[in-house]
Design a protein around this ligand. Structure first.
Ligand SMILES: Nc1ncnc2c1ncn2[C@@H]1O[C@H](COP(=O)(O)OP(=O)(O)OP(=O)(O)O)[C@@H](O)[C@H]1O
Ligand SMILES: [Mg+2]
Length: 364
C-alpha cells in the first residue's frame, strides 16, 4: 500500500482489517525501529511476545513470530492471518541488517504456514512503491505483490473529513469558512488529511487559549506552529546526516533566495557544513536521505530532464528555511543569518561603489 502522507493509508488499512470477519490481524507500526532486528521485536511485541536480544539472532526471532502467529490463529479460531507492517520503509534504512533477507524469511514462514493449513498475508505500507527499494530478485519475484495506490485526497474530500471531525470534536458549530480554509491550505501540495486535522486542532487550541471564537486568523497562526512542531520532531529524531542534509537545503534556500535546489548543490553544501573530521556519506546515500526528507513532508521534489536546473531531481522546502535551521541548532542558524546579512551589506556597498564610479565617469 503506497501513497503520499495523509492520504489515509494507515487509517483505511486498519479500518478494513478490523472489519474483516474470521481473520486474525496485527497492525505493527515500524517507525520506532532503528534496525531490522528492531522491526522483528516490534512484531513480536504486537503478538504479545517478549523482545529478544539481537545476539540471539534473526532466525530465532522469525521462529518466535511464526509460533506466536500459529498460537493466535488457534486461539482466535481463524485460518487467515494478516500482518500489517506500517511505515515499512524503516526496514530498508538498515542496510547492515539485510532487509531483503528478512522479507525472504517472512515469505518462507508464510509458505510453511500454508503447509500447516493456515494462510498468512503481509501488507506493507510505505510512501514509495516496492520497486524503489533494494530487494533481491529472488525475493522480489516471490512477493507477487499487488500494489494498492492511495491517491492524495481532493480538496472536497479533505473538507468532508474535516466536517466529520469538527462535529465530533467541538461542542459548538465551527464557521464553515474555517474548515474550508484548512482544507485549502492542506491541499496546496497534495491533499493531506493529517495536515488539515492538525491545523484545525492547533487553530482551535490557539483560539481557546486567547478566549476567542475560532477564526481563519487562528489557522494562519496554526500553520506556523504546526511547521515548527513538525520540523523539530522530525529533526530531533533524525540522524546527524539527515539533519545536515535538511540543513543544507534550508541554507541554500535562505542564502540564495531560490526555491528549487539540485541534489548536487545540496550535496556540496552538506559536505561544507559537516563537522571537521567527519566522513561524508556517498552522493547516493545523501540522495536517499533527501527522499527521506521528502517523505517527512518537509520538502517536495521534481525531476527535470533539462532546462535551467539541468538533469536530475530538485528539492523545494515546504516550510520556511529558518524553521528548519533553528530546529537543527540556533547557533548554526544565527551564524548563517549573520553571514547573509554581511554578504547583503557587501553587495549594497558594491552597488554603491559602482554607482559612484559611473557617476564620476560622467563628471569627468
Ligand atoms: N477516509 C478518512 N476518513 C476519516 N479520516 C481520515 C480518512 N483518511 C485519513 N483520515 C485522517 O487523516 C489522518 C491521516 O491519515 P493516515 O494516518 O491514514 O495517513 P497515511 O496515508 O497513513 O499517512 P503517512 O504516509 O504519513 O503515514 C488521520 O488522522 C486520519 O484519521
Ligand atoms: Mg501512515
Amino acid at each position: 500500500v503506497f501513497g503520499k502522507s495523509g492520504s489515509g493509508k494507515s487509517t483505511v488499512t486498519k479500518f478494513v482489517c478490523e472489519n474483516l470477519e474470521g481473520v486474525s490481524c496485527r497492525f505493527v507500526n515500524l517507525r520506532k525501529a532503528k534496525t531490522v532486528f528492531g522491526c522483528a521485536n516490534l512484531i513480536l511485541g504486537e503478538l504479545g511476545e517478549p523482545s529478544l536480544k539481537s545476539a540471539q539472532g534473526i532466525n530465532l526471532a522469525i521462529d518466535k513470530i511464526s509460533i506466536a502467529i500459529n498460537t493466535s490463529l488457534k486461539k482466535e479460531k481463524s485460518k487467515l492471518f494478516v500482518l500489517v507492517l506500517d511505515e515499512s520503509d524503516v526496514l530498508f534504512y538498515d542496510k547492515r541488517g539485510k532487509p531483503s533477507d528478512f522479507i525472504y524469511k517472512l515469505l518462507v514462514m508464510e509458505e510453511k504456514l500454508k503447509e500447516d493449513g493456515s494462510m498468512m498475508t503481509i501488507v506493507a505500507i510505505s510512501n514509495n512503491v516496492v520497486a524503489d527499494y533494494e530487494i533481491d530478485d529472488r525475493v522480489r519475484s516471490r512477493i507477487g505483490s499487488s500494489e494498492v495506490f492511495f491517491a492524495p485526497y481532493s480538496k472536497n474530500e479533505v473538507l468532508e473529513i474535516l466536517k466529520d471531525r469538527a462535529v465530533a470534536a467541538f461542542s459548538k458549530a465551527v464557521d464553515p469558512a474555517v474548515l474550508e480554509y484548512c482544507a485549502n491550505l492542506s491541499s496546496e501540495e497534495h491533499g493531506d488529511a493529517r495536515r488539515a486535522i492538525d491545523l484545525l486542532r492547533v487553530a482551535a487550541e490557539i483560539a481557546s487559549g486567547n478566549g476567542q471564537p475560532l477564526a481563519t486568523t487562528h489557522v494562519d497562526l496554526a500553520v506556523e506552529q504546526v511547521q515548527k512542531d513538525r520540523a523539530s520532531l522530525v529533526l530531533s529524531t533524525g540522524s546527524y546526516h539527515f539533519r545536515l542534509v535538511a540543513g543544507a537545503l534550508a541554507q541554500a534556500t535562505y542564502v540564495t533566495g531560490e526555491v528549487w535546489h539540485s541534489t548536487s548543490t545540496i550535496y556540496d553544501l552538506y559536505k561544507q557544513i559537516m563537522r571537521k573530521g567527519t566522513k561524508p556519506l556517498t552522493y547516493r546515500r545523501v540522495s536517499e536521505l533527501l527522499t527521506e526528507v521528502e517523505n517527512t513532508g518537509l520538502a517536495v521534489s521534481q525531476t527535470s530532464s533539462k532546462g535551467r536546473y539541468g538533469y536530475g531531481t530538485q528539492y523545494k522546502l515546504t516550510v520556511l528555511p529558518e524553521v528548519i535551521g533553528r530546529a537543527i541548532s540556533t547557533d548554526y542558524w544565527k551564524a548563517i543569518v549573520a553571514r547573509k546579512e554581511a554578504v547583503d551589506k557587501l553587495k549594497e556597498l558594491e552597488k554603491g561603489i559602482r554607482r559612484l564610479g559611473r557617476h564620476s565617469r560622467f563628471s569627468l
